[in-house]
Write a protein of this length. Structure first.
Length: 307
């Protein structure tokens, strides 16, 4: 495969995922104000890191061309779920953010009511898409169920729940890690493991006993924590102009973060620890014959990024 720089990888991913995202709603549906709001957020920019990870795993395991369109289909579906979570997260009842990806948040443009519906729409449409592809290919049922679980109380939604319940409270580090493993890490797990599950048409029992699947889940867990720790660091060291979103909001909302619990130096040390853990897992995958060089590029980007 050969190692490529992060800009090239992100550019290729955008080209790879864009046609699938553009096909989600038909022309008539796109006239609806809620669909317009959903599309506003879906195409508001962003790095497309989750589709990138799907693409990287596909390339790493040498996915066949017959399954690649289905991976892209699931990648777009995951991007819909991620965008739904951001729309709702930005609402006044939750994080009350006015800026996302350098643009006004969905509710600032379309109003709170439509923003709630836009998030609901993306969630519902994502589930429709997974039912649809599983009807055609029952071997994908487990993959779809994992993606669904990772967006629910066992995953992102559960992390959000802990996050809100923990506001203005001192919480231990292990609870913060569990919070972020759900809120941030669950979607990243779906991104990293989905291509492998699809390629094997894997069942739940098979996934538990498969060593490659286990490595990929561990890789996702460490990437998720590294991503979130870096986010917490940037929230206090960067600016809204650079990040494209509000900074200092964790302190404003009295939220526990890796910086508030460990201090800035401690958070950076924890980030280095997660970076080393990522490299250990990548070495194990490389030992299985996989080319992990582009995942190494992603790791370096995640821990050294400024936005």
């Amino acid at each position: 495969m050969g190692r490529e720089d992060i800009s090239t990888l992100l550019g290729k991913t955008e080209e790879w995922i864009l046609p699938e995202l553009q096909s989600i709603f038909d022309e008539e549906e796109s006239l609806d104000i809620t669909v317009k709001a959903a599309l506003y957020s879906l195409f508001a920019g962003g790095k497309r890191l989750r589709p990138l990870m799907m693409h990287l795993t596909s390339e790493m395991i040498g996915l066949g061309s017959d399954i690649e369109p289905d991976v892209r289909y699931f990648a777009a579906t995951l991007e819909m779920l991620h965008t739904y979570s951001l729309i709702h997260d930005d609402l006044p009842a939750l994080d009350n953010d006015e800026l996302r990806r350098g643009k006004p948040t969905c509710h600032m443009v379309f109003g709170e009511g439509i923003a709630v519906l836009a998030g609901d729409l993306l969630l519902n449409k994502a589930m429709e898409r997974m039912f649809s592809i599983c009807e055609k290919n029952p071997g994908y049922i487990y993959t779809a169920s994992v993606m669904s679980e990772n967006s629910g109380i066992k995953g992102m939604l559960g992390g959000q729940s802990i996050d809100i319940a923990s506001e203005e409270k001192e919480i231990p580090l292990d609870l913060l890690i569990r919070l972020q493993e759900k809120k941030t890490g669950a979607f990243i797990e779906s991104a990293v493991v989905t291509p492998y599950y699809l390629s094997k048409k894997m069942t739940r029992e098979e996934s538990i006993n498969d060593i490659t699947a286990e490595y990929l889940r561990k890789l996702a867990a460490h990437i998720g924590l590294a991503f979130q720790i870096k986010d917490d660091i940037l929230d206090v060291t960067s600016s809204s102009e650079v990040l494209g979103k509000s900074t200092g909001k964790d302190a404003r909302d009295s939220k526990a973060t890796f910086v508030t619990l460990l201090g800035l130096d401690g958070a950076n040390m924890k980030l280095e620890e997660e970076s080393r853990s990522i490299s250990v897992i990548l070495a194990k995958l490389k030992g299985q014959g996989f080319d992990t060089s582009d995942y190494e590029t992603l790791k370096e980007f995640l821990v050294n990024r400024d936005r």
